[in-house]
Design a protein around this ligand. Structure first.
Ligand code: B12
Ligand code: SF4
Length: 678
């Protein structure tokens, strides 16, 4: 791993530091990424998350580097605690208690704070400051705001008044100096590191924290920002005003080395390269080639997801090399398919007429496409949004979509213009999460706008479209797309949340509620929470059955299996799974395959792994429906006991087959690892 090698402190500096920090034995750095409040004032937290935070990984690597180089003071102990409130239950009193250890100094760093997380961050800061702890806040909210307004706005002034230190911009070149100021008790109210942006070729690569990863559904997951910045100028985006329009890149050899170490130490085989636009990372070729070399020289093959722009497919060799390096999915900033909207948002690089070519080019390389789509641009209407979603599904045929409500995010030109021209925008920053309307729309009421947004999710992730997507998917893409559909639909429809801010199984701590909301007594809390959880579990059972049906209708069958099924369909029509032995033998013969003996076919019916000819559970569903009705109306003689036993066995085989198949394929990999016996 590349490590910072800037200015080792001189002996003189070390001596001075030792004198000034006498009595301090250790520094405890708490890296805390705040979550946000939901609409009922509860903290958004999940039992298992989906995406670990790259900002935490970044600051963890920087702190470990400072610690390893012993630059603060030769004999100083430095400990780091990593907390992500999206998946960790915070114990604020415990952090405060531990900060009182004699000889230790604690600093709480509120990390990667976005606008929607700012109110929660302020509440946390207030609690820590009240106990006298040093608190520093950084991330896109403060950086974006100061980048465009230069002076602290009232929300930033509020934390300054609490005695919190505000840091804007990137800290790769500044982290050790900041920690030194902490140690010396000389923290300033505000550090502005927006200009110049740091060189990324030498700082440490974001570092995986194994214990943190245990909080995530998929624990072989790593993140790296291989570069920062974007040359474009979309008006809703804050990135360009914080990280700049000039691209800065990490060193490809250091990235490959980090991937190698992560693989050996933590078994990381899947990455999210968080660059906003990997296609504009000038070292993309070197990075891909370094990853490909890892495969050949060290036997380390990874898979990854990256974000690209719509013009990416025109870059010579980009897609081919991405495929070779292990890219399985691209996230594309499509935003709209209405050219007037794209022009209005200054997203001139997007040409809706070109979207087909773009999607086809990525598909041709067996890479699935996920588009970001913004709802609520000035030329959108309730009706046009519904039409556009249909086009996205049926015409452009993307594999996945993330919908966002247009939000004037501080740091974006949209926000600046709204403030300067006096356009009313919401004052509650907690709502700036892209799934709340935060301003008025010229053609829709806020309710209509939100409804159009919700309908977009419902429509894209309905059974029919998910089936079409999976039917189109190649075997390499199939399970990756399937897993993403599970994540997205469970988040957006079951949890009513944005998939990018969600995980699995929502937790709601009774007592940690937003100020101004009452804390329920235990009993009244349980009175609504228990039915809520039961309702959620019930919704999951329905969802799992839907997924099973999806799998049955779309799973990639072997050529042999497919031929038998087609032949059988031509003999029987509809339901295939209760075919007679003679019909089966005829199907094998028609498929020009060796005809199995009666005994073999009979035995295959007893094999638990054989789901063979079940192509839908619709008939089973109807059977159980009728049986239930007979039971309910007391027509017991109409119940066919032998069929019940048969269908029960089919259900067991089906659920086992699906569960095993799904579990095996949770690991990244190109093919269906579950061999289904006929
Ligand atoms: C990756 C990413 C995600 C991932 C996060 C998971 C992951 N694997 O990291 C996913 C896809 C889940 C995601 C989701 C969302 N994201 Co996002 N995301 C990003 C992205 C592209 C990269 C983040 C990153 O790794 N940056 C590199 C790190 C190192 O940079 P950094 O976070 O700025 O940190 C540096 C400095 O800010 C500073 N710093 C940060 N914290 C601290 C703390 C202290 C104490 C100090 C001293 C310094 C400091 O030092 C760091 C190193 O230099 C950024 C854009 C960007 N280029 O950063 C958007 C971005 C952060 N996301 C944004 C948004 C809006 C969201 C969503 C709300 C959108 C949505 N509805 O889904 C959700 C919210 C999810 C959540 N709960 O966090 C906005 C935030 C804008 C804002 N002002 O709020 C950004 C800026 C993109 C944009 N549109 O403008 N995101
Ligand atoms: S292309 Fe993406 S990262 Fe670049 S300015 Fe536009 S929205 Fe921001």
């Amino acid at each position: 791993m590349t490590l910072l090698s800037i200015h080792p402190p001189s002996t003189h500096d070390q001596r001075k530091m030792a004198e000034r920090t006498q009595g301090i034995r250790g520094l405890h750095v708490v890296l805390l990424k705040p979550s946000k409040y939901d609409d009922d004032g509860y903290i958004l937290r999940h039992w298992r998350g989906v995406l670990p935070s790259n900002t935490l990984a970044c600051l963890y690597a920087l702190t470990e580097d400072v610690k390893r180089r012993r630059v603060l003071r030769e004999d100083l102990e430095v400990t780091v605690e990593l907390l992500d409130e999206a998946v960790h239950k915070l114990n604020v009193p415990k952090i405060i208690r531990r900060s009182g250890r004699p000889g230790w100094k604690t600093v709480v760093c509120l990390v990667g704070v976005q606008t929607n997380q700012y109110p929660r961050a302020v509440d946390l800061a207030r609690a820590f400051r009240a106990a006298g702890l040093d608190v520093i806040i950084g991330g896109f909210h403060v950086s974006g705001t100061i980048a465009l307004f230069h002076d602290p706005t009232p929300d930033i002034q509020e934390v300054l008044d609490l005695g919190v230190t505000v840091v804007t911009g990137e800290v790769e070149a500044e982290w050790e100096h900041l920690l030194r100021d902490v140690l010396l008790g000389k923290l300033k109210p505000l550090y502005n590191f927006l200009e110049p942006t740091p060189d990324l070729s030498t700082p440490p690569i974001p570092m995986i924290h194994k214990q943190y990863l245990r909080r995530f559904a998929y624990q072989q997951f790593g993140t790296i920002d291989c570069g920062r910045g974007c040359p474009f100028s979309c008006s809703f985006c804050s990135i360009i005003n914080v990280q700049g329009r000039k691209m800065r890149m990490r060193d490809p050899a250091a990235i490959a080395q980090a991937i190698k170490e992560n693989y050996r130490q933590a078994g990381i085989t899947f990455y999210f390269f968080t660059d906003d636009n990997f296609a504009r990372n000038k070292k993309w070729r070197d990075i891909f080639e370094a990853i490909i070399r890892l495969k050949h020289t060290d036997g380390i093959a990874i898979e990854f997801v990256m974000q690209v722009d719509v013009l990416s497919y025109k870059i010579k060799d980009f897609i081919a090399l991405a495929r070779q390096a292990g890219c399985t999915q691209v996230f594309i900033g499509m935003e709209s398919i209405n050219d007037d909207n794209l022009q209005a948002a200054d997203k001139k690089q997007n040409d809706a007429a070109d979207y087909h070519n773009l999607i086809d080019a990525w598909h041709a390389a067996d890479i699935s496409t996920h588009v970001g789509f913004i709802i609520g641009f000035p030329f959108d209407t309730y009706a046009s949004i519904a039409r556009d979603i249909e086009r996205l599904k049926n015409d452009i045929q993307v594999d996945q979509a993330s919908f966002f409500m247009l939000t004037p995010i501080p740091g974006s030109m949209d926000h600046l213009h709204a403030v300067q021209s006096g356009v009313p925008i919401d004052t509650d920053l907690n709502r700036y999460d892209s799934f709340h309307p935060t301003m008025d729309h010229p053609h829709m009421s806020r309710e209509q706008w939100f409804d159009a947004y919700k309908q977009a999710w419902q429509s894209f992730y309905n059974f029919e479209n998910m089936r079409n997507i999976l039917q189109r998917a190649t075997p390499r893409m199939y399970w990756n797309v399937f897993k993403n559909l599970v994540w997205y639909k469970s988040a957006a429809i079951l949890e009513g949340n944005h998939p990018m801010m969600t995980g699995f199984f929502r937790l709601k701590g009774r007592t940690a509620r937003r100020p101004g909301y009452a804390i329920d007594r235990r009993l009244s809390y349980l009175r609504w929470r228990v039915p809520e959880v039961l309702g959620y579990l019930k919704a999951w059972v329905h969802f799992l059955l839907e997924l099973e049906e999806l799998w049955l209708q779309t799973r990639k069958r072997s050529d042999r299996e497919q031929r038998v099924l087609e032949a059988l369909a031509s003999i029987r029509g509809g339901v295939l799974h209760n075919a007679r032995i003679e019909e089966l033998q005829l199907a094998y013969a028609r498929a020009k395959l060796e005809v199995p003996s009666r005994l073999r076919l009979l035995l295959s019916k007893c094999n638990i792994w054989s789901i063979g000819r079940i192509t839908s559970r619709e008939e089973l569903r109807q059977f159980w429906g009728h049986t239930k009705e007979h039971l309910r109306t007391g027509h017991l003689l109409k119940i066919q006991v032998h069929k019940m036993v048969q269908n029960l066995w089919r259900e067991i085989k089906l659920h086992t087959g699906f569960a095993v198949s799904f579990a095996f394929n949770l690991l990244p990999g190109p093919t269906d690892k579950h061999i289904v016996v006929e």
